[in-house]
Design a protein around this ligand. Sequence first.
Ligand code: AP5
Length: 210
Amino acid sequence: MTSIVLFGPPGAGKGTQAARITDSTGLPQVSTGDMLRAAVKNGTETGMAAKQYMDAGQLVPDSIIIDLIKERVLEKDAQNGLMFDGFPRTVPQAEALAEITEVSHVISIEVPDERIVERICGRYSCASCGAVYHDTFNPTSTEGVCDQCGSKEMKRRADDNESTVLQRLGAYHEQTSPLADWYDAKGIFHRIDGDRDIDQITVDILQALE
Ligand code: AP5
């Protein structure tokens, strides 16, 4: 089992790129953010424990996240590896992951802080299939209609507001960015300029994965 990690600040484009490279990698996307939002929506114990942290723009405690991942890797589609999006975010999470699977590449999508708020505050997604769009940078071809599945129901995330984004960015710099050195020391850390056209970034990621 060999996995890859998509790494970067909130709004860097991890989810956008994961959706584009999943066919090429053959690895299922695992977004801890999506898993937590589903748990909150379903009112599970995990969801109830995580909600207060997510609403405040803070990281959810490692023990909760690591338990989620340990469960996820037992699923049948995880046998050949997974593409992690937004996990790990702390050194203890990375250490736990190393015990579960080999990580061949960590793709770091790098975007300056000043771009993050505009990216996140303009984000919306399809309520049906989850495809991600942006009011200005990546709108649907027909207003209000999902390009992927044709659904006309779009949604915005509760934590996509300016004050929570700034908290999330703070958590990224304090708790997640130290992981860059941790993975760099292992020789598997690939920096990709994420402040460019979405297609160009996809090309560079696929090249880094070759
Ligand atoms: P999570 O859902 O993982 O949020 P995040 O890391 O903040 O990342 P985002 O999903 O906001 O951004 P993204 O990089 O996927 O960007 P996207 O492609 O959507 O986590 C939410 C919360 O859950 C956390 O705050 C925390 O509380 C908790 N959590 C989750 N995982 C955790 C963990 N492992 N440990 C602890 N807590 C955890 O793009 C953003 C927008 O920009 C879109 O509108 C898109 O269309 C647009 N866009 C994308 N690329 C470009 C481009 N190149 N140019 C212009 N616009 C672009």
